[in-house]
Design a protein around this ligand. Sequence first.
Ligand code: KMH
Ligand code: ZN
Length: 271
Amino acid sequence: MSAVITVAPTGPIATTADNPNLPTQPHEIADAVFEAYQAGATVAHLHLRDEEQRPTANLDVAKRTMDLIQQRCPILIQLSTGVGLSVSFEDREKMVELKPRMATLNPCSMSFGMGEFLNPPKGVRRLAARMRELNVKPELEIYDTGHLDACMKLYDEGLLPDPLQFSIVLGVQGGAAATPDNLLLMVRRLPPGAIWQVIAVGRNNLQLTAIALALGGNARAGLEDTLTLRKGVAATNIELVKRAVQLAKDLEVPISTVEEAEKRLQLPKQL
Ligand code: KMH
Ligand code: ZN
């Protein structure tokens, strides 16, 4: 089975003050995604920033970024509907109106570091239903075992398409810690046929990405999840993507092409 490599070049929190290599403007994000595609990434997970680097759900900024990427390569675009803690759920859910091939769906509200990440049950159902209507494949972000249970409830309600695709997010303060034990616990609880990757936030990123690849998971790499290559060394997106690709090669796990990823994730064609 081949592994899908996702690049996550920019997250919702860090700025260029934390790592000067962080892309924040549409052309910078598009450049980082194109380089990642050339190195083997087949999915681009996107957060956008305004001119002051604040997280934004501005559809013009998102559309401009998507266009710049699509002019250069066929990487599969996954918009984050997590966007950023300062943006309302109602603004965040509008991201799917741009009809990316995929978008994230965060099933539960939670503490997120010192902030609050609000995903109210009614809003989550409305967003899941809209994604179904628009043929946008959800990637389910689960930060603890209860989030998986919440996703299975959505599935039972007919709101999620097969195969279920999960990100097991470990290392956020407010969710499960980034440990091998927690990863195994979550993987064991996934339903049969689920597709998954680990998002290991912080310094255990490399270790958990390696374990996940060895267990048959996909991999995600980029400055959204870790700002350093190793202790004290600021990373670039391309270094992190190349490291994930090399890990897969060392483990003799083939890397998915865009066509293989589309097939494996059963991405619906968009009209
Ligand atoms: N930033 C990660 C902790 C999303 O964008 O919807 C989780 C994430 C979720 O990537
Ligand atoms: Zn994200």
